[in-house]
Design a protein around this ligand. Structure first.
Ligand code: NAD
Length: 456
């Protein structure tokens, strides 16, 4: 009998397994594939490895601007693919070692909830019963499809397939201009593919601050990405080996269509029907303070949880929260309001807390302050001045949210994460000095302006 048995070795599941060691809990982790989940095997890590190759490629193309003479760079797609794979396999191996070092028993097979424990079915169809005092379900998510566009792995693909493309597609349609759609548009645009993005709502990254999205929009258009917002595509047609994607009274012919319209929770076939857990449209309802389902010894974390963000780092935090409650009986809720979201496009776009629209919808009087990167010395030095910092503060009150777009936005957002989490007043945060010259000085300037004063 284990203290904890976990179904799913992605960020939610493996974080719970590792963290349990702090309390001396015995843990079994059931995984049907390798450990690492979507993030490590088919998501964050491989996507960012591709984006890094795209960044290097575009910087080498711009080398002349910096007085560095180089010949026109060539793309070695297979080498970039190999590098991506080696980054992934190194991290998977490292994670395996870490789990072993913490005494986690990794059981390979398909796990399903049964009679209070887990039944594991191996590849050879043999079954094994795992008994545990507590079970954490962390079965993750898969790409959603759209009617008429059935995934076939080559012409109509999900991000899982696209991360393993063996050659650069010359013409691509991306349906969905959310996080995955924008990251792929950015990297394929850098690599010189002809890219068409179709987003149903009226801007890319619909949840993000419109001014920050404008900076991304401009950069994507510079990469010759064609952006079609407020656009729903019609049913595809196969024409001369290409896929014809109709929209309005036009159409484009492409080599592949990437569907990036969100991810669906994996909760069918995991035995939830044999429990009292409440499942709403595939998502599991939990008590957000403890990650406990309606079944006291069954917890859910990660992409399957109803109403919480589908982000690897939210999964980590939920795994930690569940284990803390199991080990101590004390609730240690995740502060969802202070979880940053980073979109790793060129430029990066990052957000934390409430947007202006969300704060206003809550009936709060807010003051919005923003600062562009154009006058920021370090951004000029880096040749990346398209970006902004935007702060949303309660009028005469604390900082409620922030958005940063520009070079290193994904790193810079974390200082604003603390100001949001600690409900800092702009003047309190503005009292601290940013090193010069850094891109982060744009945050210092915005805080100063938000406190009613300004320098530059
Ligand atoms: P998403 O929810 O970010 O974006 C989906 C987009 O598709 C939305 O803008 C939506 O309006 C649009 N859409 C839906 N149906 C459409 C249709 N029929 N035609 C045109 N547009 C349509 O989802 P995603 O980009 O697939 O990402 C899935 C999840 O993974 C998200 O929760 C995302 O946050 C997460 N993720 C995060 C990162 C990161 O943190 N950098 C990276 C990748 C994915």
């Amino acid at each position: 009998m284990y203290d904890v048995a976990i179904i799913g070795g992605g960020p939610g599941g493996y974080a719970a397994a590792l963290y349990a060691n702090n309390f001396g809990l015995s843990v079994a982790l059931v995984e049907k594939d390798q450990v690492g989940g979507t993030c490590l095997l088919r998501g964050c890590i491989p996507a960012k490895a591709w984006l890094q190759s795209a960044h290097v490629f575009s910087m080498v193309k711009r080398a002349g601007e910096f007085g560095v003479v180089s010949s026109e760079p060539e793309l070695d797609w297979l080498k970039a693919l190999e590098r991506k794979d080696s980054v992934v396999s190194g991290l998977v191996k490292g994670l395996g070692g870490l789990l072993k070092g913490r005494g986690v028993e990794v059981i390979n097979g398909y796990g399903a909830l049964k009679d209070g424990g887990i039944e594991v079915t191996g590849k050879d169809l043999s079954t094994l019963r795992v008994e545990a005092a507590n079970v954490i379900l962390a079965s993750g998510s898969v790409p959603r499809g759209i009617p008429g566009y059935d995934f076939d792995g080559t012409r109509i693909v999900s991000s899982d397939d696209a991360l393993d493309w063996k050659r650069r597609p010359d013409r691509v349609a991306i349906i969905g201009g959310g996080v995955i759609g924008c990251e792929f548009a950015s990297l394929l645009g850098d690599f010189g593919s002809e890219v068409h993005v179709f987003e149903a709502l009226d801007q890319l990254l619909p949840e993000m601050d419109p001014d920050a999205v404008k900076t991304l929009d401009r950069s994507l258009r510079k990469k010759k990405v064609k952006i079609n917002t407020s656009t729903i595509v019609g049913a595809p047609e196969m024409v001369d080996g290409a896929v014809r994607v109709p929209f309005g009274d036009q159409s484009v012919d492409v080599d592949a269509v990437l569907i990036a319209v969100g991810r669906a929770p994996v909760t069918d076939g995991v035995g939830l029907e044999s429990t009292n857990a409440v499942v709403d449209r595939g998502f599991v309802e939990v008590d957000r303070a403890t990650m406990q389902t309606a079944e006291p010894h069954l917890f859910a974390v990660g992409d399957i949880v109803a109403g919480t963000p589908q982000l690897a780092h939210a999964g980590f935090a939920e795994g930690i929260s569940a284990i803390t409650y199991i080990a101590t009986g004390e609730a240690a809720p995740v502060d969802y309001n202070a979880i940053p979201l980073v979109v790793y496009t060129d430029p990066e776009v990052a957000h934390v807390g409430l947007s202006e629209a969300q704060a206003t919808a809550q009936g709060r009087a807010v003051t919005v302050t923003s600062h562009g990167m154009r006058g920021v010395g370090r951004a000029i030095i880096q040749g990346e001045v398209g970006g902004i910092v935007k702060l949303v503060a309660e009028t005469d009150g604390p900082i409620l949210g922030a958005t940063v777009s520009g070079p290193g936005a994904g790193e810079m957002i974390h200082e604003l994460m603390y100001t949001v989490a600690w409900e800092a007043l702009p003047a309190e945060a503005a009292a601290y000095i940013h090193a010069h010259p850094t891109v982060s000085e744009a945050i210092g300037e915005t805080l100063l302006s938000a406190s009613g004063r300004s320098l530059h």
